[in-house]
Design a protein around this ligand. Structure first.
Ligand code: PLP
Length: 287
């Protein structure tokens, strides 16, 4: 570990953060052919804990299956995470990233590449838990585009996030903090790195997975499970922007930034609900 980042490599363990970890013909580098998962690490006086590690490892395995990348070994990853967490001493919140690529194109041996990083959480993300403004931007496909089209890799957390970061730059140009992706038929999808949840008449809603290709959010699933335990009804639907703007409250949810209440969409202020935001934070274990 050097500076403020920890780096580990599957099959090697924790390495010097400035050591080379990729070869030039790695499919992850040359084609963005791979997947990743990310969650929060919290270090305080009681030690270091990783949020929902089992769920994130399961989703990483699922992403590998969608990409038809064979050889994902959850036990080897668990081992690497444990070694890395033991070596991580920086207090506060951090991001744990698990990155898997298809491996090397020309150089044997042919096996998946696995890289882990832990990096202190960006203070901007922490600040955005107070509220975010959103720009609604097209994602460029219809809400049913992923139906019967597995080659589009719907539901996989692939390495190909260049358009997600480009959309964030566009939001910033428009003076907004984050993006809500819209389908070409006008349905709200998800953020570049977060799930959309909104409340209406005491019920919680999020985007349906079928056909939309969105990522199943572990934070949203946890929030819905706890909400139902407390008698709050939940549903997965397709909604247009007016429905989201007319909600009693809305949030962008993700494992690292946590629960970010939406305060405005395309420059128009929207309603927030501090009480419900508090409950959602508790359900997401961010309180
Ligand atoms: N949707 C996308 C595209 C994401 O990249 C993420 C998180 O990285 C999410 C939703 C939220 O998922 P989670 O709550 O599991 O972090």
């Amino acid at each position: 570990m050097t500076g403020s980042q920890l780096v580990a490599v599957l099959g090697r363990g924790v390495v010097d953060a400035s050591a080379p970890v990729l070869l030039a013909d790695d499919f992850g580098l040359t084609r963005g052919d791979g997947c990743f998962d990310a969650t929060r690490v919290v270090t305080d006086a009681s030690g270091t804990r990783v949020d929902n590690l089992d769920a994130h490892l399961a989703r990483l395995g699922r992403s590998c299956r969608i990409l038809a990348m064979e050889g994902f070994d959850p036990d080897a990853w668990l081992d690497l995470v444990e070694q890395s967490v033991q070596a991580w001493r920086t207090p506060g919140e951090a991001t744990l990233k698990l990155i898997v690529t298809r491996g090397l194109e020309h150089t044997p041996p042919r096996h998946l590449t696995g890289i882990l990083t832990i990096t202190p959480l960006d203070p901007v993300g922490i600040h955005q838990r107070q509220g975010i403004t959103i720009a609604a931007l097209t994602r460029g496909y219809a809400s049913d585009a992923f139906m019967d089209a597995p080659w589009l890799l719907g539901g996989a957390k692939t390495l190909s996030y260049a358009f997600n970061t480009a959309a964030r730059r566009e939001a910033s140009r428009r003076g907004a903090d984050d993006v809500l992706f819209m389908s070409t038929d006008g349905k709200a999808l998800e953020g570049p790195t977060s799930a959309l949840v909104w409340a209406k008449d005491g019920q919680l809603f999020t985007t349906q997975h079928d056909g939309t290709g969105i990522l199943a959010s572990i934070t949203q699933e946890m929030v819905f499970a706890h909400a139902e335990d407390e008698g709050v009804e939940t549903d997965y639907v397709l909604a247009d922007l007016a429905t989201v703007m007319d909600a009693d409250a809305s949030w962008m949810l993700s494992s690292i930034r946590g629960v970010a209440p939406i305060t405005a969409i395309d420059g128009v202020p929207v309603t927030t609900d501090a009480g419900l935001t508090g409950r959602i934070n508790r359900w997401a274990r961010f309180a």
